[in-house]
Design a binder for this molecule. Structure first.
Ligand SMILES: Cc1cc2nc3c(=O)[nH]c(=O)nc-3n(C[C@H](O)[C@H](O)[C@H](O)COP(=O)(O)OP(=O)(O)OC[C@H]3O[C@@H](n4cnc5c(N)ncnc54)[C@H](O)[C@@H]3O)c2cc1C
Length: 390
């Protein structure tokens, strides 16, 4: 079987892998060779294409806010980067996080962190909420947090296509292959093997395998607590217009947002049912039992909603702290993680691509220090807990 050699090999060519390739080839002036190894070029089951494709600044971790702020800047700047044709249908219509009871304290504490980072989020009391969003039932709410700018949703597929095409045009080679082995000699990765027996030697290996990142790390004998967790998205129609609806998150975690003429919505399954995912079956009972009742309670017009369809995707879930793992392995220095985003990896793909490209080109973070998300905390079992996981 043949063997090829690249300076950088990236496992996974969806949003994160393609963002790394894009920043290497465009912004960082990297002149080495790049292989992006992707087992499914249709991306039919990638988290990227099955996601809810939304971006927010309402996090509890400053680094997450900064990463998404860069994501927003990247989206606003798209035409300058990719040309006049570039369009990811970015709708900057905000997130609205709602709190009832004592939840207001958490919302206010997170808001303080967001304000410290210059995020354009305002706290809104129930009477102002009722005035601004007359379709909302506010009787049992104590507070809301609304993103006036810098939050919204976009077309994930269009973003992936832009990143991928641009990386290819500048020489990154996309290889259709399933990485089934990683060769390690002492503290260095020397290459990967594909299911067809081919070998690809590399100077640096980037793990951008999304929900499979834990499995890929295991091929190198590295423990990474990232596994696939199923998340379902339901598409509903509602005859009553709901003007100005942001991505709205109910205190119990049910979220809903407009998508063209219809709405998409979902919720995380209960913790005891939230185990490693195997299938892509849509959990319609979750809609009937949890999502619909919560929606009908919060937005009375949704009592008459019509469920049209649903889909299931897999989150790249970090079981330690639901935060990203970004950076080099402390001992195996040429193995780089870009994993574990736990539901916010699409919006953070630009910031992650830039960060990993900087590590490869400059051996350090230059634009944004993401050492908080380093693998060291995983090795030490020291969580950096993100409180706003949606
Ligand atoms: C239902 C749902 C809703 C979401 N909503 C949002 C949201 O609103 N906002 C947000 O920011 N994020 C959201 N996410 C999370 C987001 O989609 C992911 O964090 C992000 O897309 C991760 O990108 P990725 O490129 O790392 O992973 P993926 O898109 O999963 O790509 C990984 C790629 O690696 C390939 N691969 C895996 N193993 C191998 C191997 N061994 N060899 C070769 N190739 C391999 C896969 O085929 C895949 O194409 C959501 C996810 C889901 C499932």
């Amino acid at each position: 079987m043949s063997s090829q050699t690249y300076d950088v090999a990236i496992v996974g060519g969806a949003a994160v892998g393609s963002a790394v390739a894009n920043f290497l080839t465009h912004d960082l002036g990297f002149t080495g060779s790049i292989a992006v190894i992707e087992r499914d070029p249709t991306y039919a089951r990638a988290a990227t294409t099955l996601s809810a494709a939304s971006i927010r600044q309402q996090f509890s971790t400053a680094e997450n806010i900064r990463m998404s702020q860069f994501g927003v800047a990247f989206f606003r700047d798209l035409k300058e980067r990719f040309g006049a044709h570039a369009d990811i249908a970015f709708r900057e219509r905000g997130y609205l996080l709602l709190a009832g009871g004592t939840g207001a304290g958490t919302l206010a504490a997170n808001h303080a962190v967001q304000q410290g980072e210059g995020a354009d989020i305002v706290l809104v009391d129930p009477s102002a909420l009722a005035e601004k969003f007359p379709w909302l039932s506010t009787a049992d709410l104590t507070l809301g947090a609304f993103g006036r700018t810098g939050e919204g949703w976009f077309d994930a597929h269009a973003l992936l296509t832009l990143l991928r095409n641009a990386a290819r045009q500048k020489g990154a080679r996309y290889i259709h292959g399933d990485v089934v082995g990683i060769e390690r000699v002492g503290a260095r990765i020397t290459g990967v093997t594909l299911a067809n027996g081919e070998r690809i030697a590399c100077g640096t290996l980037v793990n951008a395998a999304g929900p499979q990142a834990g499995d890929v790390a295991a091929l190198a004998g590295i423990a990474l607590p990232v596994e696939p967790r199923k998340r379902c998205v339901f598409v509903v129609a509602c005859r009553t217009p709901l003007p100005g609806m942001p991505l709205t998150v109910d205190p119990g975690g049910v979220w809903v947002r407009p998508e063209g003429e219809v709405y998409i919505c979902g919720v995380a399954p209960p913790a005891d049912a939230d185990t490693r995912a195997g299938d892509f079956e849509v959990d319609y009972a979750l809609f009937e039992d949890v999502v619909w009742p919560a929606l009908a309670h919060r937005v009375p017009a949704f009592e008459a909603l019509k469920l049209q369809r649903g889909w299931a995707g897999h989150y790249d879930y970090n079981t330690l702290d639901q935060n990203a793992v970004i950076g080099r392995h402390p001992e195996i220095g040429n193995f780089i993680f870009a994993n574990g985003f736990s539901g916010h990896g699409l919006q953070q793909a630009p910031a992650t691509g830039r960060a990993v490209a900087e590590l490869i080109t400059h051996q350090k973070f230059v634009s944004l220090d993401l050492s908080l998300f380093g693998y060291e905390r995983i090795a030490e079992g020291r969580p950096v807990k993100e409180l706003n996981v949606i």
